[in-house]
Design a protein around this ligand. Sequence first.
Ligand code: GRG
Length: 324
Amino acid sequence: MEILKKYNSVLQDSLADAIAIEEPHQLYDPIKYILALGGKRIRPALTLMTCDFFGKDFKTAINAALAIELFHNFSLIHDDIMDNAPIRRGKKTVHEKWDVNTAILSGDAMLILAYQFFENYEPKIFQELARLFSRTALQVCEGQQHDMDFETRDNVTMTEYIHMIDHKTAVLLGAAMKMGAIVAEARDIDKNKIYEFGRNLGIAFQLQDDYLDVFGNPETFGKQVGGDIISNKKTILYLMAIQKGTVAEAEELEHLFSINPKNPEDKIATVREIFLSSGAAQATRTEIEKYSVKAFALLQEIDITEERKTMFRNFGNSLMQRNV
Ligand code: GRG
């Protein structure tokens, strides 16, 4: 993302040096491997950007940024084991390249390494970062468990779904930004507003991910369009369609989400039709808009210059337009 470029080049160097330990190779090689696969590095760049915008040299936030990226990558390794996923960032997942036990242990080591980066801060900042980080990590765990529970439930409410994506994904974006504000020693009220900005934008982003999975352009989406339909994942579109559609539409959807045809093209096309005819597609767009508007309204209230607010707004817009 253009706006994050300045931070990404500093991050690139720091990440390459972050894991200096070599032995045992079986423990540290997978960590170096997943970090070298890249990814968009949105979260650590946000930590640096937020620190910068609250008026402190963004390099002072590098340790917090490294912690958040290590944590994110650790959660991806464990998530891929749970999902039995073969590919991550276009390459073999850690448990495929090595094995499941190696992936578990390397992931665990990454979580500890993430906390160690906080030791570079003086006690007051250290405590604030660690407290936020622990709370956030626990919420991510809770979000993951809810997501797993939802797979076998057929009565998930919209509120429960939003709560799940908030915890599984959005709180980490909020925390990434708040950490930058903590290192910059911003006012408590502003720390909380920037946290809520990141969190609401994170919810909007995840809902948009659900939407693009069905209606996205295959050239620009970056993932297989229809992937959630193929794997029978009950996203917001499914929940909205069950809630808003006719009895016949709901029954057909329930049936389609219980089968796994060899050629999924017809299934994808029918589900897409029902999402449109039931009003679920429109209702999802309204929901995305609601959380984006909320995020931008919070930004307006923060005590930083108009120029910096515009930069945050541009970041939010480019995240939602997927120019990442
Ligand atoms: C917190 C102790 C503890 C355990 C973790 C495995 C797990 C429990 C949680 C899973 C969390 C998870 C993988 C959430 C998905 C978040 C998400 C949107 C990932 C994709 O992020 P991008 O697009 O990826 O930023 P890149 O590859 O660009 O970094």
